[in-house]
Design a protein. Structure first.
Length: 600
């Protein structure tokens, strides 16, 4: 019972494997067709070069025939001249055609690689925040680059090698069939069987192990990137050896999987070699049998043997190339799977133009739960935030404050109800248009490993140095930036690691000043700072809030005391709503309790 169950599972996995294999080939073919001119030049060049190469021995044979007779006869001399000319034409034609084939494939492959890389990057950027949070950056980068380089290997093998070899095999079979039909049919059938065997071995035997090896490779890249990125934590805990042991375990699994893939690859090549040998014996045996029955002469047998040598070479090459195709297709599978991961929130097919003028935010009967969760975070939540008001979101940890701002940014879409800004349902607008008009100063701002000027200007591409310096001044960041030896040209290290927490926040505030968005979200921005940094950040933020609709996600109630309105969240519901004074006056209220606790 269990054996049959595992057999079924194996069949399902094989079918999925085969369908993924076909999908990858279809995916590559679709990208080829995006560049028809380069594809045609490649195909034409390869085919012309193949025909020219095939013609060479035929012309040579005819030349030998011309010179075999007595010398000096006008007919054979003229014919020999023609044959020499034809040889030259074929030789140069082949060289020229190959050159065009290479030029064609260079243009085709580089363009397809660029297209696939750019599209995959665009897709990865649009994948959900959850996906990014749970996927190692190192592994994504590895999948992407490995998939791109696999295109190079696949294009060369399919278009420059497999295609001419297959044509040669077909031509040889036809020539043999024309000379001796029975042997032509035998060769055709045996070649088809050999190709079927190669594909089966590749798909069912080698490919699954290659897939496991690739997964191991991605895991290794991810583990390396994770440990290197968190090097500061590793150092702080003196955990270098622990990390090395962890990596050793992952590397051992990678090595085992890779060794299995190589062994299976060798097995497959050996089986193909044996099959070619059997085929040759079958053809030779067939010829000898026909000779024994008196249906063939010695010349015929010699001819078949010569042909089988030729065919054996082609088949061996085809077998090897099928396994190269398999390897490159396996390398691309993870990229294709990445492609199939759906984006978190799709833009509408025809987004309406969107410009925030007032900055009114309205949640109407919003019900939301995170993907894959069973519990609603919000259920039938309705609230309106007046334009230009400064609103604090407070409440215990996990009560839904950040989720509220994520729905406003449309990082997630509610299952029911609508989120509107200035009366426009956010489901009808392009996400990029919306987010360009909402400035965010997160709890722990991330900076690009680019100059400070570029980081600040991220909020407004094309900002002038004066505008950047002005924003930095407004954000209380100009002082520390100007003290740096390279000033605004200073590179800030990966994720801004070379700056302190307070400096990073002031850069993020400068960025928000430049963005000059009508809606501002400040996420717990003053947590974990010393008093001096905090005073500077606070002052800059007060300035930034002027004239905008502002949401402040806060744990420390001191941050929200002076705001126009405070929404108190508990278990995804807004349980209290009012100014600091009004909420403090509510005896036994959650805000009052939290405030008393914090004052203590
Ligand atoms: N991506 C996610 N997938 C699943 N559940 C999530 C996700 N993000 C948050 N949650 C859950 O949703 C609930 C609300 O989280 P949210 O981050 O909005 O709370 P919060 O009030 O901002 O908390 P904190 O003050 O600690 O930041 C929590 O129970 C949290 O575990």
């Amino acid at each position: 019972m269990s054996a049959s169950g595992s057999g079924t599972a194996q069949n399902t996995s094989d079918t999925r494997q085969a369908s993924l294999f076909v999908d990858v080939l279809r995916f590559v073919a679709r990208h080829w067709l995006a560049f028809p001119a380069s594809l045609c030049v490649t195909l034409a060049g390869t085919l012309v070069a193949t025909v020219a190469d095939v013609m060479m021995p035929v012309i040579a044979g005819r030349l030998v025939g011309d010179v075999a007779g007595p010398a000096g006869q006008a007919g054979p001399v003229r014919d020999a001249g023609w044959m020499l000319g034809a040889m030259a034409a074929c030789g140069f034609g082949s060289v020229l055609a190959k050159r065009y084939a290479y030029l064609g494939i260079t243009a085709l492959t580089t363009r397809v690689m660029q297209k696939i890389g750019t599209e995959a990057f665009a897709h990865v950027q649009r994948l959900s925040t959850d996906w990014h949070a749970s996927t190692f950056a190192g592994s994504t980068v590895r999948r992407l680059t490995r998939g791109m380089w696999a295109v190079d290997m696949l294009d060369d093998t399919l278009l420059l090698m497999l295609l001419p070899e297959a044509c040669l095999l077909l031509l040889t079979t036809l020539v043999l069939g024309w000379h001796w039909p029975a042997m032509g049919v035998l060769l055709g059938v045996l070649s088809a069987l050999f190709i079927l065997l190669s594909c089966l071995l590749t798909l069912r035997y080698v490919a699954p192990s290659a897939q496991a090896a690739n997964e191991g490779d991605s895991r290794m890249g991810a583990a390396l990137a994770d440990a290197v990125t968190c090097n500061a934590v590793v150092k702080a805990f003196g955990a270098e050896e622990r990390e090395e042991r962890l990596l050793e375990g992952i590397m051992t699994r990678w090595r085992t999987a890779t060794a299995l893939m190589w062994v299976r690859g060798t097995d497959s090549a050996n089986i193909q070699g044996a099959a070619v040998m059997v085929m040759r014996l079958a053809l030779a045996g067939g010829a000898v049998w026909l000779w024994w029955r008196g249906q063939a002469g010695a010349g015929d047998v010699a001819y078949v043997l010569t042909m089988t040598f030729l065919v054996q070479g082609y088949l061996r090459e085809i077998g090897q190339q099928v396994s190269v195709v398999q390897r490159s297709v396996n390398e691309m599978e993870e990229l294709l799977l990445l492609w199939r991961t759906p984006v978190a929130v799709s833009d509408p097919a025809h987004p309406v133009p969107f410009r925030i003028t007032k900055g009114e935010i309205r949640f109407s009967h919003v019900t939301f739960r995170y993907p894959g969760q069973t519990r609603d975070i919000f259920s039938d939540l309705s609230v309106t935030i007046a334009p230009g008001s400064r609103v604090g979101l407070v409440g215990p940890s996990g009560s839904g404050k950040s989720t509220f701002t994520k729905l406003l940014q449309r990082l997630y879409a509610p299952q029911q109800g609508t989120v509107e800004v200035d009366g426009t349902d956010l489901a009808t607008v392009a996400q990029s248009a919306l987010r360009a008009q909402i400035a965010l100063v997160p709890q722990d701002p991330m900076l690009f490993h680019r100059s400070l000027a570029e980081n600040i200007a991220y909020g407004r591409p094309g900002a002038t140095p004066e505008q950047i310096a002005h924003a930095a001044k407004q954000a209380n960041a100009a002082g520390f930036i100007e003290r740096l030896p390279d000033g605004y040209a200073t590179l800030v290290g990966e994720r801004g690691i070379k700056l302190s927490g307070g400096e990073r926040q002031r850069v993020a505030i400068a960025r928000a000043f430049l963005a000059d968005a009508p809606i501002l979200v400040l996420d717990e921005a003053t947590a974990s700072l010393d008093s001096e940094s905090e005073a500077q950040v606070q002052e800059a933020m007060q300035r930034l809030m002027q004239g905008r609709t502002v949401l402040v996600v806060a744990h420390r109630l001191a941050t929200v005391v002076g705001l126009d309105r405070i929404l108190v969240f508990e278990h995804g519901r807004i349980v209290e709503d009012g100014t600091h004074q009004a909420l403090l006056a509510r005896t036994g209220g959650l805000y009052q309790r939290l405030y008393t606790l914090q004052s203590l």
